[in-house]
Ligand binder design. Structure first.
Ligand SMILES: Nc1ncnc2c1ncn2[C@@H]1O[C@H](COP(=O)(O)OP(=O)(O)O)[C@@H](O)[C@H]1O
Ligand SMILES: N[C@@H](CCC(=O)OP(=O)(O)O)C(=O)O
Length: 367
């Protein structure tokens, strides 16, 4: 099956709508465009798929109601605009889906919710229950509480994380551009790329900044597409104006092929979502065993530990030059581990003779 066929026939899809698709430069919502997007999502649901919407646009939708002249730059005003805009936007999604007798549930998430396993599971349950009750989840970042360092940075990444969270078979990113170009299309002379089979197809591609309404630009879409594809979810990047085709035949835009085999939920969480609480530095032999041969990490290969962590926390694994090479769930507290460094299993008391990080809990970084 081609990548486009797999997206066209996906049972469950996450559709991410960029600010540029539903807000105006003056700072309000484009209701006609939002209605058209809702119609395309509804058609896909009638054809038998589950659809989860990730909608940007809260900041954009709050600009004009607050009497602001342009998109705010400082965090506090952005958050104020988002709190006003989110209300208007959720109302607009709800009113629009009501035309099809469809109920909408608003789900606001922060990076912290995805990073902490309990919140992660809770969000998963809520989204699942909304689906079983035939309601459409409309997700956005919880802009009013997210602080600078807590922000996802952009909703493309949020959408990729949500795609994994809900077990989606495809992610559709709808923007104001009709696909990925090899350079910024606003500068002219750029050529559209129809299919990205793997990282090599991105060599030489220049991903520029976003438009006046958007946040992350093409760079954030590319990293989100890679994140999703790497976890086994194929991605379609297309213009919101082509939503009908994007959500039916997937015959428009750029597709990103998924790496075969879905990464387990635990490994995905370790790699992309969890905060790390410290790091373990390894000698070359241990790096080769852990990253190259996917073996469990033993205390003998650890040369240094940093940070304070507890068994069950996620830590970074760094090589002797300090480069991050992997992440994993550590089995010991940092206080226990400091006495075990460099010691072979036979030197350790019986109760400590287990891997510091089990191979199943270890994820090497992407190249
Ligand atoms: N290589 C590229 N290919 C396609 N679009 C690009 C590229 N580089 C920069 N862009 C710009 O990225 C913009 C989309 O990003 P953004 O404004 O953040 O959208 P959204 O609001 O949908 O998230 C497009 O309008 C486009 O001009
Ligand atoms: N949470 C923000 C979204 C920020 C964002 O990522 O915007 P975009 O680049 O348009 O997807 C909002 O609703 O305004």
């Amino acid at each position: 099956m081609s990548v486009r066929e797999s997206i066209a026939s996906a049972r469950r899809i996450v559709v991410k709508i960029g600010s540029s698709a539903i807000t105006t430069l003056e700072g309000g919502l484009e209701l006609d465009r939002l209605n058209a997007l809702v119609d395309a999502c509804e058609a896909r649901m009638r054809a038998g798929s589950d659809v989860v919407v990730v909608s940007s646009g809260a900041v954009g939708a709050g600009i004009s109601p607050l009497g602001l002249k342009k998109r705010p730059q400082d965090l506090a005003t952005k958050q104020a605009a988002a709190s006003v805009g989110q209300l208007a936007m959720a109302q607009a999604w709800s009113t629009s889906f009501a035309r099809h007798n469809r109920v909408v549930g608003q789900v606001l998430l922060t990076a912290d919710d995805i990073a902490r396993r309990a919140q992660h599971r809770n969000a998963q349950r809520t989204l699942d229950r909304l689906r079983s009750l035939r309601a459409v989840a409309v997700v956005n970042e919880n802009d009013t509480v997210a602080t600078t360092e807590l922000r996802f940075g952009d909703n493309d990444r949020l959408a990729a994380l949500v795609a994994h969270l809900v077990g989606a078979d495809a992610l559709v990113l709808l923007s104001d551009v009709d696909g990925l170009y090899d350079g910024d299309p606003r500068k002219g002379g750029a050529t559209i790329i129809r299919e990205v089979a793997g990282p090599d197809d991105l060599d030489g591609v220049v991903a520029g900044t976003g438009g006046a309404l958007g946040t992350g630009g093409m760079a954030s879409k590319l990293s989100a597409a890679r994140l999703a594809a790497d976890s086994g979810v194929p991605v379609l990047l297309a213009a919101a104006a082509d939503a009908d085709s994007a959500l039916s035949t997937a015959a428009v835009g750029t597709v990103f092929a998924a790496r075969p085999g879905r990464m387990s939920a635990r490994k995905f969480w370790v790699r992309h979502a969890a905060d790390t609480n410290g790091s373990l530095q390894l000698d070359d032999g241990a790096v080769a065993a852990v990253v190259g041969k996917r073996r469990s990490l033993l205390a003998a290969g650890i040369t240094r530990i940093e940070g304070r962590f507890y068994g069950g926390d996620v830590v970074d694994i760094i090589d002797k030059d300090g480069a991050k090479v992997a992440r994993g769930v550590v089995a010991f507290d940092s206080s226990e581990l400091s006495a075990m460094l460099g010691r072979s299993s036979t030197d350790l008391p019986a109760e400590l003779r287990r891997p510091v990080i089990h191979a199943d809990d270890l994820v090497a970084h992407l190249r």
